[in-house]
Each structure stands twice: as structure tokens, then as C-alpha cells.
Design a protein around this ligand. Structure first.
Ligand code: SF4
Length: 765
């Protein structure tokens, strides 16, 4: 008898963090729609077979019980009714157009556009935004990374850099635990390798003794919220002990004098004490950084969501710039981007010559990287200001859960005239919507991440669907195209010539498309949609949604011809772009698209004379302000510091909603130091009431000496509502944003202080 054929392995990627490790999966179950086996894909150009434990849990995402399978419309009594797609598209388009016509398209806000692994939808949403004149948008980056993006733009003329941890002599993690939050390819393997190598050093700045800190050669267990003093003291050592790279600075930097003057004034001993660190440890760490041949740095949410967050980013940039680590192998580099993640911050000079930035319409908050700060969104809605947002389109995001002060956010979303949510599941935000549009899951459509940050070789992975869409769902690019067609902003007369060109091949299409972009504002304004409807149908295996990637490849070939040529995509820009697109389409494991020299990073410094600018007056003023205390929320009555949103082994934003994937109690617990536990008389597994100025919740406590006394930690991505086997909604764990406040945010970028929430803990019963 013949053996049954072994189930086929299909190539895809994990979508649970930004590294998107390449995977191979087998499908099974009664309907063949379950992800039953998962292993790393050794052919993936970056992850090379690596995964962490989370990839094994993807079926909890794919087959969640709260998947949506029909468009929903809210009835007057508040309940939802199922409607067909044509009705939903027609009514939503009419509703958005009515708001645009009465109040202006800029009163409709767009939020989201993708999570960790699904950025194609956001690309097509750009066309919808232009169809409606939607000026303002935001997403999670505006509560995490905008301070850093602003600093990067001012100091480097470029919004992003990435540490080369694979080749560094010193790895410096600032408010970052790559063991759990990854953020770079093969994170655990790389961290272990650096820790084992006697010639290399691992430095961690983190109040917690995280898994990464446990392996570190230098662990700077800074007092929560005191990172800026720690970073300032490190820089002061470098300047005061004459350790800066004078030759590099002379050749590549301006603005050194004012920075040096400010750092010379710092008392290292005093700042070390404020940071809760030994002065000797600070000095030894600074010397190790200055002496290294290649320092790779990663700053993450631990400092970007804490006090002085924009200043922290500035100080981090000074660390790699003063030590000459930009554009160096094993240092910090500016990768080639297929699709830039950060928009440009619009700045202009007013009549007095002062630099001004674009501001949000109601609260007049800085718009950085084209994103409205998340923490001000409620105040941009709940007001009688004539310029308030009146409608929102939310895509693949859950602001009612993920942004500060969920109660205030629910109030704001409920106050909109129209809220449209596009998502795979019945999220906390979808529950507040007027219309909910069900999206196909990330394994049911062509998808890709734009988080491609590797240097010197960068890669791109376009994923083919594993499964047909769940009946009743559509991929986001199709949803956007249908809405644009219902709005009627692009006509058949705009598309027909391009359809004809697409039939003649990609070279002819490129000529026609770029000519149309130059001549026809409708094509230029709706480029992704136009591609979807013209080039898209010519792509193999139903890959219409990949049409936008064709444009990304073409633009990359124009912007980075040498980088692409080194990776094997040469010829004219159109030829190189087409060759790259073909490689992306035909490599199911992903493909390298660029190869760079470290010196390329220096050429990407887009400031006068190609020199980095060290002197940011706004930040130097904040740096000097540390001497008198720096930023601090009201702590009266709340003596502890809560870090709201720790990444653990079983947390993944809110992508997996089914609590069945939580394999340990630690996934949901509030972790506290033994002294704090003893202080209120609770032990491991005990119950306590955690209170902040904004809310109060019951928690289960886990006692862990790796926490500092007075420091508490709650996981991220929990507190989600999910139906049990009988269809009754149940909440598992605590939603951190029931405890956070919108006003606790960085003065400059508006990023929230989620890692410094004043709190109180009391034993229950
Ligand atoms: S969670 Fe991140 S590191 Fe882990 S398997 Fe998924 S993509 Fe890779």
C-alpha cells in the first residue's frame, strides 16, 4: 500500500513582531484551514531558519473565534446588522463624501494602515485618502518613534538608522530587551553570540534585569525614568575625558562646540547618583563605548515611552555621533528603504525666520513624520472646535485598546459622526464603529512588511496567500479600490491607456505609467489604486495587490541605483526596477534587494555639506533643564512606577486575541519586587489592586527580584475581549491603557509616558 503523501510545506512569515521571520507551515484540520505545523524557513535571506516560540502560535491568530466574515452596519439601537459588500461600500463612500463636502476632507482622519506584517493595505489607503482629501493621519509610530524620527531628521537629514549588531564590537541596548521584543533578525542568537565573545561587549540600560540584561557585560540598572541623566553622564564622560572621535567629527559634523560646552557643565557624579548608578560603572561603560571598533545601538520603547523621550533620542544620537560610529561596519547605518516607514516632518520658516512645524488642527500639536500624536487624538475630536475631526477610517489597528486612556479614546471614537473600521476581528475599536469591514487575514492574501531595516544587505519578502480568503472577507487593497470607485475620483478614461500598456509588458507599462503620473494628477494622486486596477490583473496567481510593490521597486531603483546594482539589479532605472520586482514576485522566501558599503550611510546624510548637525537648540535646552529636574508627572499619592506594556513570551500587541495561547500565568501577571510584595503582604499569585490617577484594576502578582523596588510591570496586548466556547465575551488580563492618561506625554513629540505611570498597589481581601 502506498504511504499517504506528506502534507505540503508552504512558505510564509511570522507576523508577530517586526522581524517577520521566514516560515514554512503545514495546513490541516477538518477544513484544511488550520496552521498545524510551523518551522523556520532556512531559505529566508535574513532569518535563515530562525524563529522564537511565538511563531508556533499563529493558528490562534488565523482561526480566532472572533474573525469577521461579513460587513456590519450599526443599527439605531446600537446593535450591528450584517449587510452585503455593495451596500457597505456604497453607504460608507456616501457618508465620507457627505462629510468631505460639508466640512472638508481634512476633517476625516485616517488611523493605522498595518501592524507588524501587513503593510500593503496602508499603501492603497494612500489613494483613498487622496480621493477624499484626508490630510491628517496617525498610527502607533506616533506614540513610539516620532521623537526619534524628528531627532534623526534634524541631526542626520534622514529619519531612520539601524545598528549593525551582527558585526559590532559593542552592542548597546537602551530601554530594549531584544530577547523578547526582537527588533532585529535572529535576535536571541545574536545576543547570545555577543555575550559569549570575550572580545565583544553587551551593554544594557534598563531598570529591569531583563533576559538580555542577564547576559550583559555592563548592565546599567537605571532608576525608572532617569535614562536621560544616565545618557547625559555617559556623554559627559566621553567629552570630559577627551574620548570623542575628533577626526571623524572634524570631517563629518557641525555644531560640536555648543554640545561640548553643555556636556562640560555636567557633574558626572551628580547625574550618576540621580540615575541610581555607580559613577565608576558609568565611566567604565563610556570608555568601553569610546574604545570600540563599531558600536551598534538600539533604543526602543523603554526610553521612547518614558520621561524626556525626545531628549533621550537626541542623547542616543550624540552617543554614536561623538564616537564616530555612523557609517561604520558594526556601527550605526542608514539602510536602503524599499518603502520608507517615516514620512517627512514638514517644517517652514515664518516671517521672523524661526523654524515652524505643521501643527494639528485643534490642539496645535507638532505633526512629526506626517503623524498626529496619538495622545492628542481625543482632544482633536471631543471639542466644539470647528476644525475637529468628524470621521475616522481605522485600518488594522485598535486605538480603543492601544492608545493612552482607553476610556477617553472610547468617548472620542463614539463622538465621531462616522467611524469605519477595517479589520480581521471584532476588536475593541470595531465595537464602536458605524461600519465594520471584514478583512482577509494575513495568510489569506498577498502581504508584505515594510519593516526592512537590515544593513549592509537589505531584503524584501512578498508573501503569497496560504489560503483563500475566509468567505465574506476582502483584502484591504480591494476594499480601498472599491471605495475609490464608489467615490468616483478616478475614471475609466484614466485607467484604460494603462491597462493597454500593461498588456504589452512591464517595460511598456513603466513608460506609460510614469508619463501618466507626470501628465495626469488623478493618476499621480491615486497611484496605488491605479496600479491595482491596471498592472494588478496582469500579475500571476492573483497577485493584484503586489502591483504597488512594482512602484516601490521602480522608485528604489531611481533613488538607490548603486545599492540595487550591487545586489544584482542593474541597467536603466526601469530595467533595474522591473528586475527587482520580478525577483520579489518569484522568490517565495524573500530576496535581497540592496547591498551597501558603510560609507553609503554618510552619503545619506541629507544636510548641508553632507555633515551631521549635532546642535539641536531645543534639545540642548532640555538637556540643560535636567539640572533642575526635567519632566515629571504628578506622583502625589502614587509612590510606585508602573511600566505599562512589557513584551513577554506570550504577548504580541493585540494580534492574537484568543487567550488560549497564553501558556503561563506570567503572561498576564503584574511583576513586582519582593520588597514591594512584602510591603503590602502579598506573595506569588496573590491578588492586589493596582491604581493610577486614571484607573484601578485587580491584578495577579508575580514576585521577581529582577524588578527594582518601587517598579511594577504589566504585559502589553492583554485585556482583550474574546468570546468563550458559549459565545460569551470574556476579558483576560489587564488592558494597560485603562490606567494611562493622555496628558502624561512628552512635551516635544507628544509620545506617552507608558513606561513611567505613577501607581499605587494594595492587597485585596
Ligand atoms: S515573534 Fe518575531 S522573532 Fe519570533 S518568530 Fe515571530 S517574527 Fe520571528
Amino acid at each position: 500500500m502506498n504511504e499517504p503523501a506528506a502534507p505540503e510545506w508552504h512558505k510564509t512569515a511570522c507576523i508577530l513582531c517586526l522581524t517577520n521571520c521566514g516560515l514554512q507551515v503545514q495546513l490541516g484540520g477538518d477544513d484544511g484551514r488550520r496552521i498545524v505545523r510551523v518551522k523556520g524557513d532556512k531559505d529566508h535571506p535574513a532569518s535563515k531558519g530562525y524563529t522564537c516560540n511565538k511563531a508556533l502560535q499563529l493558528d490562534y491568530y488565523q482561526n480566532g473565534r472572533d474573525r469577521l466574515n461579513t460587513p456590519l452596519r450599526r443599527r439605531p439601537d446600537g446593535t450591528f446588522e450584517a449587510i452585503d459588500w455593495d451596500t457597505a461600500i456604497a453607504e460608507i463612500a456616501a457618508g465620507l463624501v457627505a462629510i468631505r463636502d460639508e466640512f472638508g476632507g481634512e476633517r476625516i482622519m485616517y488611523y493605522g494602515g498595518g501592524g507588524q506584517g501587513n503593510h500593503l493595505g496602508g499603501m492603497y489607503a494612500g489613494s483613498l485618502r487622496r480621493a477624499l482629501g484626508m490630510k491628517y493621519r496617525s498610527n502607533a509610530l506616533a506614540q513610539e518613534k516620532t521623537g526619534q524620527a524628528w531627532v534623526n531628521q534634524r541631526t542626520l537629514g534622514s529619519t531612520f538608522w539601524h545598528g549593525d549588531f551582527h558585526d559590532c564590537e559593542v552592542a548597546l541596548f537602551i530601554g530594549k530587551n531584544p530577547w523578547q521584543s526582537h527588533g532585529m533578525q535572529r535576535a536571541r542568537a545574536v545576543v547570545r553570540q555577543i555575550a559569549k565573545d570575550e572580545g565583544r561587549s553587551l551593554i544594557v540600560i534598563d531598570p529591569r534585569t531583563s533576559e538580555t540584561a542577564e547576559l550583559a557585560d555592563f548592565h546599567l540598572a537605571v532608576t525608572p525614568g532617569r535614562d536621560a541623566w544616565c545618557l547625559a553622564a555617559l556623554l559627559a564622560v566621553i567629552v570630559q575625558e577627551g574620548l570623542a572621535d575628533a577626526d571623524w567629527l572634524a570631517e563629518h559634523a557641525v555644531g560640536l562646540e555648543e554640545v561640548v560646552k553643555t556636556l562640560l557643565d555636567i557633574s558626572i557624579a551628580d547625574y550618576a547618583e540621580i540615575a541610581g548608578l555607580e559613577e565608576d560603572l558609568i565611566r567604565r561603560t563610556a570608555r568601553r563605548i569610546a574604545a570600540a571598533d563599531g558600536v551598534a545601538i538600539y533604543e526602543d520603547l523603554g526610553v521612547q515611552m518614558s520621561l524626556n523621550s525626545t531628549l533621550n533620542s537626541y542623547l542616543d544620537n550624540l552617543l554614536f555621533l561623538l564616537t564616530g560610529n555612523l557609517g561604520r561596519a558594526g556601527g550605526v547605518n542608514i539602510p536602503t528603504a524599499m518603502v520608507p516607514i517615516f514620512g517627512t516632518t514638514k517644517e517652514f520658516r515664518d516671517d521672523d525666520g524661526a523654524i515652524r512645524q505643521e501643527l494639528s488642527p485643534v490642539t496645535q500639536s507638532r505633526i512629526i513624520s506626517d503623524l498626529v500624536p496619538c495622545n492628542v487624538i481625543p482632544d482633536e475630536i471631543v471639542t466644539d472646535h470647528p476644525d475637529r475631526f468628524r470621521a475616522m477610517v481605522v485600518e488594522s489597528s485598535n486605538p480603543a485598546h492601544s492608545l493612552a486612556d482607553s476610556e477617553r479614546m472610547r468617548e472620542a471614537l463614539s463622538a465621531l459622526d462616522l467611524l469605519v473600521v477595517i479589520d480581521v476581528a471584532m476588536t475593541e475599536t470595531a465595537r464602536l464603529a458605524d461600519y465594520v469591514l471584514p478583512a482577509a487575514s494575513q495568510f489569506e492574501k498577498w502581504e508584505a512588511t515594510f519593516f526592512n531595516f537590515e544593513f549592509p544587505r537589505n531584503h524584501f519578502h512578498l508573501r503569497a496567500p496560504l489560503l483563500p480568503p475566509l468567505p465574506g472577507t476582502l483584502a484591504e487593497p480591494e476594499i480601498h479600490s472599491r471605495l475609490i470607485e464608489a467615490i468616483g475620483s478616478v475614471g475609466e478614461e484614466d485607467l484604460a491607456p494603462l491597462r493597454q500598456a500593461a498588456a504589452e509588458g512591464r517595460e511598456a507599462f513603466a513608460e506609460a505609467f510614469f508619463a501618466a503620473m507626470a501628465a495626469n494628477p488623478k493618476v499621480a494622486g491615486h497611484a496605488a489604486h491605479v496600479l491595482h486596477r491596471t498592472l494588478g490583473p496582469t500579475l500571476p496567481e492573483g497577485a493584484e495587490a503586489a502591483a504597488g510593490i512594482w512602484l516601490a521597486a521602480q522608485l528604489a531603483a531611481r533613488k538607490y541605483p548603486e545599492s540595487l546594482a550591487r545586489a544584482g539589479y542593474a541597467g536603466s532605472a526601469i530595467q533595474a526596477g522591473n528586475a527587482l520586482f520580478e525577483a520579489i514576485l518569484t522568490n517565495p522566501s524573500g530576496t535581497h534587494f540592496s547591498l551597501d558599503e558603510p560609507a553609503e550611510s554618510l552619503r545619506r546624510v541629507r544636510l548641508p555639506d553632507g555633515k551631521v548637525d549635532l546642535c539641536l537648540p531645543e534639545m540642548l535646552e532640555e538637556l540643560r533643564g535636567l539640572a533642575s529636574g526635567g519632566a515629571m508627572p504628578d506622583t502625589e499619592g502614587f509612590p510606585l512606577v508602573l511600566q505599562a506594556g512589557e513584551r513577554r513570551s506570550y504577548t504580541a500587541q493585540t494580534l492574537i486575541r484568543d487567550p488560549g495561547w497564553l501558556k503561563s500565568n506570567n503572561a498576564t501577571a503584574l511583576v513586582i519586587n519582593p520588597a514591594d510584595a512584602a510591603g503590602i503582604g502579598v506573595g506569588d499569585g496573590g491578588r492586589a489592586r493596582l491604581s493610577t490617577r486614571r484607573g484601578s484594576v485587580e491584578v495577579v502578582v508575580e514576585v521577581d527580584p529582577r524588578m527594582q523596588p518601587g517598579h511594577l510591570s504589566l504585559p502589553n496586548g492583554l485585556g482583550l475581549s474574546y468570546p468563550d466556547a458559549d459565545g460569551r465575551d470574556k476579558i483576560t488580563g489587564v488592558a494597560p491603557n485603562e490606567l494611562t492618561a493622555v496628558e502624561d506625554r512628552d512635551d516635544f513629540a507628544g509620545t506617552p509616558w507608558h513606561k513611567f505611570v505613577p501607581a499605587r498597589l494594595e492587597k485585596i481581601g
